[in-house]
Design a protein around this ligand. Sequence first.
Ligand code: UTP
Length: 257
Amino acid sequence: MHKPIRKAILPVAGLGTRFLPATKTVPKEMLTVVDRPILQHVVDEAMAAGVEHFVFVTGRNKAVIEDHFDIAYELEDTLRKRGKTAELKMLLDYLPEPGNCSFTRQQAPLGLGHAIWCARELVGNEPFAVLLPDMVTLPGASKTQCLAQCVETYREHGGNVIAVEEVTPEETHQYGVVAVGRDFGRDFEITGMVEKPAKGTAPSNLIISGRYILQPEIFPLLEKVEKGAGGEIQLTDGMKALSDTQSFYGVRFDGRT
Ligand code: UTP
């Protein structure tokens, strides 16, 4: 039996420079997709995979994220007085259980690897999920969401799991790319990882796509990782170091981003 995945880290401390000016005052993760902030979709995906505790790694100017997962007293009171029970119920249904959200700050945006490391004390010594809340995944025919598919692979194989997505070989240099070992069809053993490989050198066309299950032994390794691509502490470099002693599996998830 592998330890259950109870906690998820949601790193939301990035600057969102690619989406300026939209992200000047609104965090990128709070931009709306269909009817709710991207971050709400991601929390829903994690809940569907059995996650009970959410660790948000935030930064300055991100306080609205905390407010989104809290009661909105005046708003709820007004809705109640006006008899808007459906709207009130919807708000209350989305409220996490008290104590199920933790917030910590990454004081400077030093990279995704550093953001994950900032959550080490809140996660402790157990395997955890990471969801990058700047992308939404849509389930495919199986109707199972991406992180839940990663959890299925984790239950079968244990170790560490990364969701991967296929891109054209011309696009691989923009992403983290994995090398494929023993292949089981939907999932496979990962034998190598490289962040933003030079054109023509990628080991496959399968890119790391924002949903992970990781073992806590990654934390001390992230502390030692040197700044990599883009002058940032890269999660991929920490995972590469961990892969010297632990197994990694890739999941070609059924669905799209
Ligand atoms: P990105 O690199 O896509 O986010 O990181 P970013 O830094 O906001 O992007 P741009 O290039 O400036 O537009 C993926 C996720 O990791 C978080 C981001 O908030 C995003 O959700 N992140 C990234 C951190 O929390 N801290 C960091 O130092 C970097």
